[in-house]
Design a binder for this molecule. Structure first.
Ligand code: PLP
Length: 380
């Protein structure tokens, strides 16, 4: 009895993806910039991967800039754009991942205004607050396509329309949507989009900033001029090949995976509510694999540790802030009481999870919660 339920943190590399990468980890070690045959083979492999990633989000291959992951892509948009623009306002949702929020906050030192746009009780961006924000001169807007904790989808197309009307550059962090639901760059109307390979059954260490070719972006890393001058450094060919293969896989199985995880998610949520849990964001459209919940008076960290002992890997708050005991900024932005927010646990499902695991999880939660409640009662 055990299960990995932390797919929003990272996913197991798919066997086919690993097979596609292996030659480039062993025999095909050429540098993609070299003019000999080994270099040419590496360059061709990068080109194929660029086409595969482009197909996943409906852009031309030339719009894909390979970087080391989602964190770098988000930093690249915020800092790389800000260094070309005259300081004005950067508007971001109040629930962005720290790798958008921190660079955005850092711009304040160079004269930018940071505006955090409100979300409602379900964690959905408030479009009236977007309109209010855009009444001020705004250079940059960044709104994630789905939140990594709640899984709640954001009205990015509506924001992009408004941002364009206000002459602002619009970015979306689509890390948690790619591979789960469509993330169509053109349909969303954005100027830039972030992707990460390890969230879609690919390897760690590869991601992309997908860009509108007119984007005035300054590279974070200068050097030999790789990636059209936007990201220097010898390309991580095996990881990028894996990213390409994972993107192709994601495109083909997205619908089936969404149906599979939604079925398990619904089963788990019904069981959790019966056990007395509060669900966060469940009243809004969400990615199909995520459930975020809390039991009143039970600490989320403790629940995660106890469930881990029982064999279940889940997360408390967001994976990236799991060393901190502060309540989740996302839940606080949704107006959730800080004590209840401290109890938050996220379960994120993936391709290998089964009905049986979901049932066993519910049994484990019932046992652990009952034990913790009795301990709390004794302590009081
Ligand atoms: N953006 C979101 C919404 C995420 O969930 C994450 C990872 O947790 C990232 C960005 C960072 O991506 P990476 O791990 O590829 O740097």
């Amino acid at each position: 009895m055990s299960a990995y339920f932390d797919h929003n943190a990272t996913t197991r590399i798919d066997d086919g993806v690993l097979d596609a990468m292996m030659p480039f980890l062993r025999d095909e070690y050429g540098n993609a910039s070299s003019r000999h045959d080994a270099g040419t083979r590496a360059r061709k492999a990068l080109n194929v991967a660029r086409e595969q990633v482009a197909a996943l989000v409906n852009v031309r291959p030339s719009q894909v800039v390979f970087v080391s992951g989602g964190t770098e892509a988000n930093n690249m948009f915020v800092k790389g754009m800000a260094s070309y623009l005259k300081p004005s306002q950067i508007a971001v949702s109040a629930i962005e991942h720290p790798c958008v929020m921190k660079p955005a906050a850092g711009l304040v030192r160079s004269g930018w205004e940071l505006r955090k746009i409100k979300v409602d009780a379900n964690g959905v961006l408030d479009l009236a607050d977007v309109d209010a924000a855009l009444r001020e001169p705004t250079g940059l807007v960044s709104v994630m396509l789905a939140n990594n904790e709640t899984g709640v989808l954001q009205p990015v197309a509506e924001v992009a329309q408004r941002a364009r009307a206000a002459n602002a550059w619009m970015h979306t962090d689509a890390v948690q949507v790619a591979g789960k639901l469509p993330a169509d760059f053109e349909a969303l109307g954005v100027h830039a989009m972030t992707l990460s390979a390890h969230k879609i059954y690919g390897p760690k260490g590869a991601g992309a900033l997908v860009v509108d070719k007119r984007l005035p972006i300054k590279p974070l890393i200068d050097g030999g001029g790789h990636e059209n001058g936007l990201r220097s450094g010898t390309e991580n060919v095996p990881a990028i090949v894996g990213f390409g293969a994972a993107s192709e896989l994601a495109l083909h199985r997205r619908h089936a995976l969404a149906a599979h995880t939604a079925q398990l998610r619904d089963l788990v949520e019904t069981g959790l509510v019966e056990l007395g849990a509060t669900l966060f964001g469940a009243g809004a459209p969400r990615i199909p694999n995520t459930t975020y919940f809390a039991f009143g008076n039970i600490d989320g960290e403790t629940l995660v540790i106890e469930l881990n002992k029982a064999g279940f890997a889940v997360a408390s708050g967001s994976a990236c802030s799991s060393t901190s005991t502060d309540p989740s900024a996302t839940l606080l932005a949704m107006g959730v009481d800080a004590d209840l927010a401290r109890g938050a646990v996220r379960l994120s499902l993936g391709v290998d999870n089964t009905m049986r695991q979901a049932d066993e999880f519910l049994t484990a939660v019932a046992t652990v919660v009952d034990r913790l409640r009795r301990l709390t009662a004794v302590a009081v």
